[in-house]
Design a protein around this ligand. Structure first.
Ligand code: ASP
Length: 324
């Protein structure tokens, strides 16, 4: 039986042990903090998102506000078929949205399987700012959004409805992630205070099973930020990203000293190692380090991202592809 005295002894040993393990696993790497703002975001729609984010960053605003307001531009665009209004519905014809946000203090918020609300990223931010929780889902997330003053609206545009009816003819469940060049938007930003934040928002895989949630609202999978190291986000087949806790993996690889692009490549390698069949399985990662250095990598060719900093105004970068 553990006596009180033994218990105190054991706890003392425990605290020495955890102190040691803390110092081993949380050793501060020598990454210099840059105070030069930079923002990167996935795919071509990153251009419009970066433009908005840059207005905030270039005037001394916070990375957190930049990543929220930046991706909202894409959520509000009805012509985008994978984010916010206009996002392709699930196989039952319902548009369900996922999003998450994370800041420099490791605070985070997320919503998943949210319907009828156009700006899931803003709801995710409210979950972070105004509740003791990290994630709300489905009906509960919608109720919360309505209570916070968000408007209920039909997100299924005529174009999306047409695409869904076309899909129904064959009803083949095969998410096409690679060929459409306009998937999820993930955004990472560094502000003039040297702080990092990230956001990620999507309607998920088109014609998914009703109720399916991908990587995008899952902290550690679709997005991760550690203000001492860097930030990462993902796009592509969410199931594959979740299996390796992709964005967290990229940040931890940077912690171990890997360059941002190399960290993304190693995370892609991990996905390849964990999947027997890679046919059509596209995933892309973006990484932004505390010193302002950025990089990206994807399983297949065709991934690109938008970059904005003092020297580059909304430049698109095609991700290097050197896999045989
Ligand atoms: N990662 C998203 C998901 O699986 C989809 C995407 O990036 O296109 O929901």
């Amino acid at each position: 039986m553990t006596t009180r005295r033994n218990f105190i002894k054991l706890s003392a040993i425990g605290s020495v042990f955890s102190f040691n393990s803390f110092s081993v696993f949380n050793k501060k790497p020598a990454i210099k903090t840059s105070k030069k703002p930079v923002v990167i975001s996935t795919w071509n729609h990153g251009i419009m998102a970066n433009k908005k984010a840059w207005k905030i960053l270039s005037t001394g605003g916070k990375a957190l506000d930049a990543v929220e307001k930046g991706v909202m531009e894409v959520e509000n665009d009805p012509t985008g078929s994978s984010v916010g209004i206009g996002g392709r519905p699930d196989r039952d014809g319902r548009v369900t949205l996922d999003a998450c946000i994370m800041d420099e203090k490791s605070r985070c918020g997320a919503v998943a399987f949210l319907q009828d609300i156009k700006n899931p990223i803003a709801v995710a931010r409210k979950v972070m700012d105004e509740t003791p929780h990290v994630m709300l889902t489905g009906q509960g997330a919608k109720q919360f959004a309505l209570e916070k003053g968000f408007k209920e609206e039909n997100l299924l545009t005529p174009e999306s409805e047409k695409a869904w009816k076309e899909w129904l003819k064959l009803s083949k469940y095969k998410p096409v992630i690679n060929v459409e060049n306009h998937d999820t938007i993930g955004m990472l930003a560094l502000d003039s205070n040297g702080d990092l934040s990230g956001s990620c928002t999507t309607s998920g895989a088109a014609f998914k099973l009703h109720g399916r949630v991908g990587d995008s609202p899952i902290i550690g999978a679709g997005l991760f930020v550690d203000n001492e190291i860097g930030a990462a986000c993902a796009t592509g087949l969410g199931e594959a990203v979740i299996r390796v806790a992709g964005s967290h993996l990229v940040v931890e690889l940077m912690r171990q000293g890997h360059e941002p692009e190399e960290a993304c490549k190693l995370a892609v390698d991990r996905i390849i190692a964990k999947h027997e069949n890679m046919e059509g399985l596209q995933v892309g990662f973006l990484a932004l380090r505390k010193d302002g250095k950025y990089g990206a990598y994807s399983v297949y060719k065709g991934f690109n991202y938008a970059l904005t900093n003092d020297d580059n105004q909304e430049v698109m970068i095609d991700v290097k592809y050197d896999r045989s």
